[in-house]
Ligand binder design. Structure first.
Ligand code: 0WD
Length: 256
């Protein structure tokens, strides 16, 4: 029996089979969780439906996190299928391309700053708030994805690094707020993985090579590596863990 048997999980952020959220969904399905999925736009709908079907799910809901009405509708629709749920996976981030290349100030505008923070950080808090009535009192888990660029000034990560710092702080405040009702909130800081979002980051191939040569494990991580840790953190095995940033990066963050 899998260690997520009896748990229900809502998975956001699938854009392709290579998405980190796809690796998480696969691992959670393997461990016995019942899954529901969201898709950002019509272009992604059929892809997400396919991913859902592979996990035995027919719950596939639209969700663009920039739209308050869609956030509310998503939880309302989910509430019609499930009287409550246990796991929320937030695997969503976006910054305009010019804000994640070149020098930090090159792509800095008020609008780019707002977009990056809105989609990459505010959305976690907004989803946690909207999901609260369905998740309270169930030993639930909210999990998001962050990157080392939140705490180090990494070349080219720029505005996304600032948004990830906001996201990590949001994890801690949410953990304090929701802890009394049994909901844990954590983040995985994943090493670089070639996904659609990563393709937008200037010099990404160079970053992968650098990690392969220098990480303690001399390799990059996979969406399976991240999926397995996500599954653990969302399970009752991690019942004492909240407000934490867990690195799944082949040890890269510990080197100088
Ligand atoms: O190296 C990497 N790939 C790392 C990714 C290292 C460490 C962390 N992460 C994070 C990302 O920052 C993100 O938070 O993992 C999370 C998942 O990213 P991913 O799996 O790398 O990327 P991808 O497969 O592109 O999925 C992210 C998706 C979007 O994809 P695109 O490429 O179409 O922007 O986030 C979704 C969208 O489907 N997304 C949204 N969902 C709802 N509403 C929105 C939105 N407004 N914007 C983006």
């Amino acid at each position: 029996m899998g260690f997520l048997q009896g748990k229900r999980a809502l998975i956001t952020g699938i854009a392709s089979q290579r998405s980190i959220a796809s690796g998480i969904a696969e691992a959670m399905h393997r461990e016995g969780a019942e899954l529901a999925f969201t898709y950002q736009n019509e272009k992604l709908k059929s892809r997400v439906e396919k991913a859902a079907a592979e996990c035995g799910s027919d719950i596939v809901l639209p969700l663009d996190v920039t739209d308050d009405a869609q956030i509310d509708a998503c939880m309302e629709q989910l509430g019609k299928r499930w009287d409550g749920f246990d796991i929320l996976v937030h695997a969503i981030a976006f910054a305009p391309r010019e804000a994640i290349s070149g020098q930090f100030l090159d792509g800095l505008t008020r609008e780019n700053f707002a977009i990056a923070h809105d989609i990459s950080a505010y959305s976690l808090a907004a989803l946690a708030k909207a999901a609260r009535p369905l998740m309270a009192g169930r030993n639930g888990s909210i999990l998001t994805l962050t990157y080392l660029g939140a705490e180090r000034a990494l070349e080219g990560y720029n505005l996304m690094g600032v948004a990830k710092a906001s996201l990590e702080s949001t994890v801690r405040y949410l953990a304090c707020n929701l802890g009394p009702e049994g909901t844990r909130v954590n983040a995985i800081s994943a090493g670089p993985i070639k996904t659609l979002a990563a393709a937008g980051i200037a010099g990404f191939r160079k970053i992968l090579g650098h990690v392969e040569e220098n990480a303690p494990m001399r390799r990059t991580v996979t969406i399976e590596d991240v999926g397995n840790v996500a599954t653990f953190l969302s399970s009752d095995l991690a019942s004492g863990v909240t407000g934490e940033i867990t690195y799944v990066d082949a040890g890269y963050n510990i080197i100088g």
